[in-house]
Design a protein. Sequence first.
Length: 258
Amino acid sequence: MLDPIIFSWGPITVRWYGVLIAAAMVIGTFLALREVKRRGWSEDNFLNMVLVMLPVSILGARLYYVAFSWSYYAANPSEIIAIWHGGLAIHGGLLAGILVVWFFSHYYGFGFGNTLDVMAPSVVLGQAIGRWGNYFNQEAYGYEVDPAKIPWAMFIDGAYRHPTFLYESLWDLLIFVFLLLLRRRKHDLLPGDLILFYMILYSAGRFVIEGFRTDSLMLFGILRVAQVVSLAAVLISIVVLWYRHRNHLPGGRINSIR
């Protein structure tokens, strides 16, 4: 069985999950800083925002997960803070992070849409890296499959299964490359377009992949929370993107995300 622990030294235990999440944050921050520097923004101000956003995002991701798994955590309250065991919901982290970005982007004058665009590639790359924490924790996997029909199936929890964490990691990497290429077409983009494309593509992929998972957070016992949220995100983002470009007026007047 795969060991989720890298090493232990006395009371200190270092886990792959935590290391990969930390690596995702560091790499994502450095990637965003390159774009910040290119745009001529204050790197110090941007880092101030990131240093608040990261812990708030983790808190939001955890609270979201706990809220939709409350029956378990109500019976095991000591597990609420045990994020090293897994249990971070990306939608909760995104919501909390966006609120922080909204505040600081206005405070520092970066512009809300512009700031989200700067961070979109970093976020999806971080997700691609962080999903491998699920692999080492042996979680977020899919249904049992026949390895003769699904040769890439992984042996997890006593059976061959869809490696849904791998599916999402690869999908996130494709989105990352797409966003970097799309960012070059700056004359065709409005502030906030990159984050909208991210929301559409990530949410569409998550909607499909979630259908293979066995550990989905459930709403009313019948609906997969991630699929409901993803479908809403796709529809809202498409409508907003269409509306903004339909109303893109000549002479530089645009309906951008402020």
